[in-house]
Each structure stands twice: as C-alpha cells, then as structure tokens.
Design a protein around this ligand. Structure first.
Ligand SMILES: Nc1ncnc2c1ncn2[C@@H]1O[C@H](COP(=O)(O)OP(=O)(O)O)[C@@H](O)[C@H]1O
Ligand SMILES: O=C(CO)[C@@H](O)[C@H](O)COP(=O)(O)O
Length: 542
C-alpha cells in the first residue's frame, strides 16, 4: 500500500480506544484503525476504557492495557498492508490529564528492550510503580484542589498563572494525592508521564519529555511561558517533583529522537523514523481542524468546545469557569476550552434506555420532536460534572418549573439540547476580545457523523457545521505533528502554518442553520441559565 511515498503516523490514546491515522506527504488519509479497549482487550475488564473505584470518585485505566493496545494497533496497521518502513515520523495525542507512574527500573528496561519478547512481557508490571493510571474522569481529589488553590493564593490567582483553577482531573492535584496519601508509591516513582508522553516513551526507548500544551492541563505550568512553576511543583510533590517530571515541557513538532531498535527489529520500522512529542487529544484536534474564527466541538467520550486564540500583545483573560491552554506549535497562541464529563456516555445511556440502543431510533425521536422540546429541558449528569462543577443526577423542567418525569420520546432531544445550550450560554464569555467572531462550527469525535446531531448543532450555534474526512481529529492532528517534525528537520525550521502551506485539511459542510430555529435556541438561553441555577442547588454532590 502507498508505494514509495513517505508516510506519517498519528496515534490517539483516548478514553475508549487507541486510534491510528496514517497520512501521506500531501496529508491525505491512507489508513485508519482503532483498538477498542472493552471489546479488543476484554481481559482488563474495563467499562468504556476505565475502572471505577475503589475509592469515591476514583477512575483509572490499566497501563498494561494501553501497552497491549499499542502493539495490537501496530499489528493491525501492518496487516492492512501499510509498509511500516515508509513511516518517516510518529506523533500523536493522549486523553488529557491522565498520569503514568514509572518505577526506578523503567529507564533501563526501556533502553534494553529485547525484540524477541513483547513490550508487555518486559515492562509490565516492573516498569511501573502503579499498575493503574488515574484518568480525566477521576474526581477524587477535591481536597487536594482546595490545598493547591490555597497555596497559589486562591482560585483566580491559580487560573491567572496556569490557565485553569484547580480541577480534580488535572495532573497536579492527582500527583498531590499520591504524594500525600500513598507516600510509598510516590517514593517508588522515578518519573511521571502524561498519557501523551507515555506513548512516545515506548517508541523512543526512554522516558519522553512532556509537551507544552498538554502540560498546561496539569495546574503546574505558567500558561504564558510554558515552563514548570516551582511553587506549584513544591506544593504538589515536594522538592523531588521537578526531577520526576523531567525537563521543561517541549513544543510540538520537535524531534525527540529516533524509534528504538525494538520497533525496527520486531516490526520493520525504519531506524530513521522520527519520534515527535505527543500532545493532548483536544490540542491535537485544534491543530488539525481549526483556525481562529472556528468553534470546534469535539464529541468523543467528553464533550469539549475549543477555540483557537491567535497571538496578541494583550494576554487573554483567564476564567475560573473555563480553561486556557498553551498552544502546541505557537507559543503566543492559546486554546480556550470548555470540557464536559457527561458527553458521549450520557448520550449513550439515553439511547439505550429510550431508543432501543440504536442511534437511528435515537435520531428518529430527535426529529419527531420540535426544537425547544415544547418547553421541556432535561439535565443529565450520570458522573459528577465539570461544568457546572460537582453536580450529579438528573432533573427535568417544563417552562422553568421542575417536573417529575419526561416522556420517553422527548429524552433524546432533551439531552442534546441541554448539553449544547450549556455551551451556547458560555461561549460568548470565553471568546477573547481580540479573537475574530465565530463563523464556522467544526465537529469531530465519535458523534460528529450523526446527522441529527450535526443539524441540531448547526441550528443551535447558528453556524454552518463541517466535518473532516476522518472523525479522528486528534489522530489526524498527531499525524500532522509527525509530518511537521520531519518537514522542519528537512527545512531547518519553519512554522506549522508554513508546513501546511495551501494543503487545507478537507472539511465537508454537513448542515446549515435554519434561521427561525436558531432564534428559538437563542431565546432559550436565559431560561436555560435559570434552570441551571436550580440544578446547582438540587444536584450538588460535594
Ligand atoms: N452515530 C453516533 N451517534 C452518536 N454518538 C456516536 C455515534 N457513533 C459513535 N458515537 C459515540 O462516540 C463515542 C466515542 O467517540 P470517540 O471520539 O471515539 O471517543 P474517545 O476518543 O473519547 O475514545 C462513543 O461513546 C459513542 O457514544
Ligand atoms: O478532560 C478532558 C479535557 O480537559 C477530556 O476531553 C479528555 O482529554 C478526554 O478526551 P476524549 O477521550 O473524550 O476525547
């Protein structure tokens, strides 16, 4: 497959799957594949890629499952006919915030991998001081968040410095929990990786540097310089944390090194294949699919709204209710983000309960009801939510008054409308003053190919909605970052935009807003806000 031309591999180790996108030099998708953790690796007994508990709010994933997923994915890519020796560079993305704890043996083991044995056999469990990694769905660190905000001088002060107030899922509070509550694990931990720096470590044969944009989801860096902040490091892990995290974060598109011998000898990769830093799945999607003026709605396990903030002389405002992230390839640019935990899985629960576990039936019900749902609104938070923080449960309203029940046929529309109205009610506030007005809605992630969701999103945000040729926006971003590292090495430098040149990633318009329906949604925002106030009073869990 793909003749003699150079290929680039982008991986995305996300919540439910590990995905891979192979692109050609002109950025066309040559092959995509995925390993679904629950289905393909059932021995790890995950549900939607994760394990809940044993502690309250704890959510983890087995590190060995991710190691096995990587080799299974590479075997699928190879079996499909892709010539692995043509892959010039590998980069990718990881679900944000999750952390991997390496033991003191890890560096040596990674450096001396034996091609006659599997990665899993050689690394698991000995290379890790914790067999399970806390992931972004974890909400067990409220105590640590309060401590960190106090240390930083309050929630706003921490937000001004790092781009976010302390969030339970952010890696700083997660590390503080290990430091404070499992001192023996902390002491046995030589290095800590993000999910995004864990995967390139397996390719490099050494522990990889953390990438600057994903580092800004830790509450440990200055969002403007991209550097570790000593006060925050000390607060989350004492004097040893700097060493455990490794060097200062690196920008995307750098060359970290070449692929290790294990991959060359066992799989047939070229010894010259470059390994570039992986970033977070959300920043990777921004890099691949959007520009300032786009609202990017990622509909994966989480639902996230991402805005690319162009460089400017004035630093953008930081809000305690949203995130500002460093940008993977442009130090002065930023990414504004809203993230919801109850996204895809909450929609799936409604599909299973009221639409016979079938998306077509779900869509029929959406289409058989009217925009605005005749005054009904539903709020759905099976897991403790991020926005609004720490609410859990379900609540229905009719014209702003709580009602006990909602007809089954109205449920699919109710969940879509309330999830998206939550974003609409916030998006204006997080758009920085100097950013261009929003004029395109880009959809990505598993639900982005659903036509009922496409139309409802276009109507609700009053923008044309577009999708990419692949729903794997983060994998595509990874592949482009891989190509960028290769291109930059060949050209002796240059920006990501220069590398992209005139080759725009193909976006297809899938829905256009209908004016009369958009105005119904806009008029619903005050009512939505009023109901959300009630939700905060009734469903707050912490
Ligand atoms: N036709 C569809 N309509 C709505 N949602 C869908 C559809 N197909 C898949 N999904 C959703 O996509 C989600 C997975 O998306 P994906 O972007 O792969 O997630 P992640 O990257 O977090 O692993 C699933 O939870 C599923 O609910
Ligand atoms: O926590 C966040 C962002 O802050 C999540 O968006 C994770 O990055 C997981 O992403 P998906 O697996 O849902 O794409």
């Amino acid at each position: 497959m793909s003749g003699t031309q150079p290929l680039f591999l982008g991986l995305d180790l996300s919540t439910q799957q590990l995905k891979g996108v192979v692109i050609s030099e002109n950025s066309v998708v040559v092959y995509e594949a995925a390993v679904h953790y629950d289905k393909d690796l059932p021995q790890y007994e995950t549900t939607n890629g994760a394990i809940l508990g044993p502690g309250d709010g704890e959510v983890t994933s087995p590190v060995q499952m991710w190691v096995d997923a990587l080799t299974l994915l590479v075997s699928r890519i190879k079996e499909s006919g892709v010539d692995l020796s043509k892959i010039q560079a590998i980069s990718g993305a990881g679900q944000q915030h999750g952390s991997v704890y390496w033991s003191a043996d890890a560096e040596n083991l990674l450096a001396s991998l034996d091609p006659s044995q599997s990665l899993s056999e050689q690394l698991c469990p000995i290379a890790f001081s914790q067999a399970r990694s806390p992931i972004w769905q974890d909400s067990s660190t409220s105590e640590e968040c309060a401590l960190l905000e106090k240390e930083a001088g309050g929630a706003q002060a921490l937000t001004d410095l790092t781009g976010s107030r302390a969030y339970e899922r952010f890696t700083g509070p997660q590390i503080l929990k290990v430091y404070g509550k499992q001192p023996e694990v902390y002491a046995a931990t030589a290095r800590i990786s993000l999910v995004s720096s864990f995967v390139p470590s397996l390719f490099l044969g050494r522990i990889a540097e953390i990438e600057v944009s994903d580092a800004s989801g830790m509450n440990l860096t200055d969002v403007f310089t991209g550097k570790w902040n000593d006060q925050l490091l000390e607060a989350c892990g004492g004097p040893e944390l700097r060493r455990k995290l490794g060097p200062e974060p690196v920008p995307g598109g750098e060359v970290l090194g070449s692929i290790s011998k294990w991959w060359v000898e066992r799989w047939g990769f070229s010894p010259d294949c470059l390994i570039a830093p992986f970033t977070g799945d959300n920043p990777a999607t921004v890099v691949a699919l959007s520009a300032p003026g786009d609202a990017l709605l990622s509909l994966g396990t989480s639902t996230t709204l991402l805005l690319s903030v162009p460089p400017t002389g004035t630093p953008p405002k930081r809000f305690t209710t949203s995130h500002l992230l460093s940008h993977p390839t442009t130090l002065d640019a930023k990414i504004a983000m809203l993230c919801y935990k109850n996204g895809g899985l909450a929609r799936e629960q409604i599909r299973d309960e009221y639409a016979s576990k079938d998306w077509d039936r779900f869509n029929q019900l959406v289409e058989s009801t009217q925009p605005g749902n005749d005054g009904y609104l539903g709020f759905y938070f099976p897991l403790p939510e991020i926005i609004p923080p720490n609410v859990q449960g379900q609540l229905y309203f009719h014209h702003g008054t709580i009602v006990q029940d909602l007809e089954p046929s109205r449920q699919p529309r109710a969940i879509l409308e309330s999830q998206l109205l939550s974003i609409l009610s916030r998006v204006e506030a997080i758009l920085p003053e100097h950013a261009p007005p929003l004029n395109r809605l880009i959809l990505s992630g598993g639900a982005s190919l659903n036509p009922a969701i496409q139309q409802l999103a276009a109507d609700l945000f009053s923008m044309d909605a577009f999708v990419c040729e692949t729903a794997q926006g983060a994998g595509m971003g990874g592949a482009l970052l891989a190509k960028y590292s290769w291109w930059k090495k060949r050209n002796g430098g240059g920006s990501f935009e220069q590398m992209m040149g005139n080759v725009a990633i193909g976006l297809r318009r899938v829905a256009s807003p209908r004016k009369e329906i958009s105005s119904i949604y806009h008029s619903l925002v005050p009512r939505y806000r009023q109901c959300e106030e009630t939700v905060l009073q009734k469903l707050l869990v912490a």
